[in-house]
Design a protein around this ligand. Structure first.
Ligand SMILES: [Zn+2]
Length: 270
């Protein structure tokens, strides 16, 4: 179970790709979130038009979803015919349907989209799926993916918060995960009414949820050094960087020299 970090940026980040990740196990690939700068970051990886099986959208703020039109447009232009699953919240689906239709307007997309209610879906590809709301200005659903199979085998797992301040439910969802990614907009305490995470809150959550490794992302442009400096002595938490790859079974970072599997993954081959 591989985690590839496509982007770690906030909405208007000058340098980082909008926050998004690609999760892969065997031949199944799930893209989580798709902001406006995500499609180009995917194209750079030269993935085949049908390489991604499903897209999960934590919420539809533009920096998490507005790249959908460009991405589907490119897939339609480069020969995708295989159906696509999109997991989202039912109240947000009509907007995403419009964005998807616009990708091929005035024609129809040459592939089907299977819309799924994120909160009611319990399995996606090879993984068990669970969701929980965070505290955000629109409804945002954090998710947890977990490998299935016999308990005697080490099972990979990933928590991804999307956007927003942790809630009791999202903190509980993170508990015991191998890899966790938590939005951390500010290095400074933001207060209980805030719609964003902050470093003191993320560190409290790390203390109780105890993921093997916590990656902080969606940090306010210009504040990365302040966050990185504050956590420097620790080995269980780091600032996520675009392009990093992590193993969700062992909680260790992989690099581009991870061998044939990584190279094949980078090339988008099955
Ligand atoms: Zn948002």
């Amino acid at each position: 179970m591989l985690l590839e970090i496509i982007g770690t940026g906030e909405a208007y980040d000058r340098f980082r790709v909008n926050a998004a990740v690609l999760v892969q196990e065997q031949d199944f690939r799930l893209l989580i979130d798709c902001g406006p700068t995500v499609p180009q970051a995917l194209w750079r990886r030269q993935l085949a038009a049908d390489a991604i099986d499903a897209i999960y959208l934590t919420h539809i703020h533009p920096d998490h979803a507005s790249g959908l039109t460009a991405l589907l447009n490119q897939w339609a232009s480069t020969g995708r015919r295989r159906s696509l699953q999109i997991l989202c919240q039912p109240g947000q689906q009509p907007h995403l349907e419009w964005m998807s239709a616009y990708a091929a307007w005035p024609e129809q997309l040459p592939f089907a989209i299977q819309w799924r209610d994120a909160a009611r879906t319990t399995e996606i590809g090879p993984w068990r799926l669970q969701t929980a709301p965070t505290q955000h200005s629109v409804s945002n659903l954090a998710l947890r993916l977990e490998q299935q199979g016999p308990a005697r085998h080490a099972r990979g797992s990933l928590f991804y918060s999307g956007d927003g301040r942790p809630t009791a439910a999202s903190a509980s969802l993170m508990t015991g995960c191998v890899m966790a990614m938590q939005e951390c907009f500010s290095p400074l305490e933001q207060g209980e009414g805030s719609h964003h995470g902050d470093l003191p809150g993320c560190l409290r959550q790390l203390q109780t949820a105890r993921p093997r490794h916590l990656l902080l992302y969606h940090i306010e442009d210009g504040q990365h050094n302040a966050v990185a400096e504050a956590i420097r002595p620790r080995v269980d938490v780091s600032v996520a960087e675009d392009g990093e790859r992590w193993c969700c079974v062992t909680g260790t970072q992989l690099d581009t020299s991870m061998g044939e599997q990584g190279e094949r993954y980078a090339a988008g081959a099955g």
